[in-house]
Write a protein that binds this ligand. Structure first.
Ligand code: ACO
Length: 469
């Protein structure tokens, strides 16, 4: 880790100390033992409380506010680890040795070019799409890079896109005939060296391809939507550093690189949340890992889930000043409106990720007047919410409350906040999908039918008059 980022480590360790002081050491024993099927549990709407599987990947203790990946607490992973190490840990179950990490990073670098996908993406009106929509599309296009899935249907599109802009055809393509100007990628040569599981789009290699590729696509989308060409990665920068660089076109400072790295670690996995569950449901049908990640992205984009970070910034701007907070909050509260960035299905205590992101937001905004103002409004709002909703309903800030302020301080536009979340969460989605597939059973809950029976089929001319039921 860079010398200049020692202060960041200090901030994280201080947050850890505070968390330990404020939370008890006992885990929730009913959620930390092997399952004997069938299992008894109390299930609420939205599958609240339902137990779907065993896992060794991660544990969220909602009442105490703990987050653990593979046995390591989140504070230590942020203080001492890197995103590359943590994604390896989530996937394999242990931290990599030096040699393993070097090999893993090399693999990620190899996959991050994603030239073919970026070229295809440029055939779509990215500037008219929301970045999360473009990212979802991008994972579908990535699926074609190495796999045979849907290839025949797809090839005609490739030919059309290439033919539309022949000047942009890179050196790796060879002309296949003068008359029709059809070009072919060096597919044959590459296919020989592709591992079997990449071809079928289901194995670990595809997960690593996605880990790197989704980050690459996020960088490319950030540029394309502003009418700029995607930029190449810098081999000197880390995964996190390259994410900032390819999105903004600016080389990050060591502090920005480290803070982004910490944020990626914080967002990498989080139990059976909506997007992870969506990915797992798709995988459980024996669909493939690209479509699973696409489903995760689709679920993450909603404002009740990962989309909340973007809304938080809009909300803080809307509040306008610290002085406006009490009146603004009272109005929302009286109307029973939700405050973005607060509340959580599992945490009924302070979210440990917000414990880290809050002081990091303070640190990152100290020299920027505009971001500092947003941070101050956020802190004032947090105090108001905790005083009332915290005491009444155990509602505290969640991960989305401060992450946007951190990203905004790096000059990242707010509609890229949720894609950054997605970049990080690919590690959790793919690890959990791979784990679940080892003992796969298709997900299939039931709904309670409360409609009528024995209705008579009415002729069409009578239908407007029948009562809705
Ligand atoms: N602001 C105000 N009140 C809230 C909030 C909030 N942010 N969150 C929950 N409540 C209240 C509800 O109004 C409800 O009150 P009631 O019992 O008087 O009707 C009670 O707390 C329970 O809320 P539910 O929505 O039923 O809780 P649920 O577990 O279904 O929802 C969720 C969790 C979706 C995160 C919710 O807290 C929310 O909508 N928060 C705002 C959006 C947000 O920040 N999402 C990001 C979550 S973190 C993540 O996904 C990465």
């Amino acid at each position: 880790m860079h010398e200049n980022t020692k202060e960041i480590t200090g901030i994280i360790l201080k947050a850890k100390e505070k968390a330990i002081k404020e939370t008890s050491r006992e885990p929730e024993p009913e959620l930390t033992k092997p399952i004997n099927w069938p299992v008894d549990c109390v299930v609420g709407p939205g599958l609240e409380g339902a137990i779907a599987c065993e896992t060794r990947i991660g544990y969220v203790n909602g009442s105490k506010g703990w987050l653990v990946y593979r046995g390591y607490n989140i504070f230590d992973l942020c203080a001492y680890g890197t995103y590359e190490e943590v994604s390896y840990l989530l996937m394999y179950g242990y931290l990599p040795s030096n040699t393993q990490l070097t090999r893993f990073k090399k693999k990620l670098i190899e996959y991050r070019t994603a030239h073919q996908t970026k070229r295809l993406l440029m055939g779509f009106p990215i500037e008219k799409m929301k970045p999360m929509g473009a990212l979802r599309l991008g994972t579908n296009l990535m699926r074609q890079e190495f796999t045979d899935v849907d290839r025949d249907k797809y090839l005609s599109n490739v030919a059309r896109i290439i033919a539309a802009d022949e000047d942009s055809i890179p050196m790796e393509t060879t002309p296949m005939g003068e008359e029709n100007a059809i070009y072919e990628f060096k597919r044959q040569q590459r296919e020989d060296s592709i591992k079997e599981d990449l071809k079928h789009a289901t194995g670990f290699e595809s997960c690593f391809h996605l880990l790197s590729g989704v980050a690459s696509l996020t960088g490319a989308i950030a540029r394309l939507r502003c009418g700029q060409m995607p930029i190449e990665h810098d081999p000197e920068l880390s995964f996190a550093g390259n994410l900032i660089y390819t999105m903004t076109g600016k080389k990050p400072t060591p502090v920005e690189e480290r803070v982004m790295d910490v944020s990626l670690i914080l967002h990498a996995d989080h139990g059976m949340n909506a997007s992870t569950f969506a990915s797992m449901v798709v995988a459980s049908t024996l669909s493939d890992v690209y479509l699973s990640v696409g489903a995760g992205i689709a679920a993450l984009q909603g404002p009740l889930h990962g989309g909340a970070n973007e809304r938080v910034i809009e909300m803080l701007k809307d509040i306008g000043s610290e002085e406006n907070v009490p009146a603004w909050f009272e109005k929302k509260r009286s109307k029973k409106e939700k405050i973005m960035g607060f509340g959580h299905r599992v945490y009924k205590s302070y979210d440990p990720r917000a414990r880290v992101l809050s002081p990091l937001a303070k640190y990152m905004t100290k020299e920027n007047k505009k971001s500092k103002k947003l941070y101050r409004i956020a802190r004032t709002l947090e105090k108001e919410v905790i005083k009332t909703l915290g005491a009444e309903k155990k509602i505290f800030p969640n991960v989305d409350f401060y992450s946007g302020i951190v990203y905004a301080s790096m000059g990242i536009p707010s509609d890229l906040f949720t894609p950054i979340f997605a970049v990080s969460r690919v590690a959790g989605w793919t690890s959990r999908v791979q784990e679940y597939l080892r003992k796969n059973r298709i997900f299939r809950p039931r709904a309670m039918y409360i409609g009528p029976f024995d209705k008579e089929f009415p002729p069409i001319e009578n239908r407007g008059r029948t009562k809705k039921s």
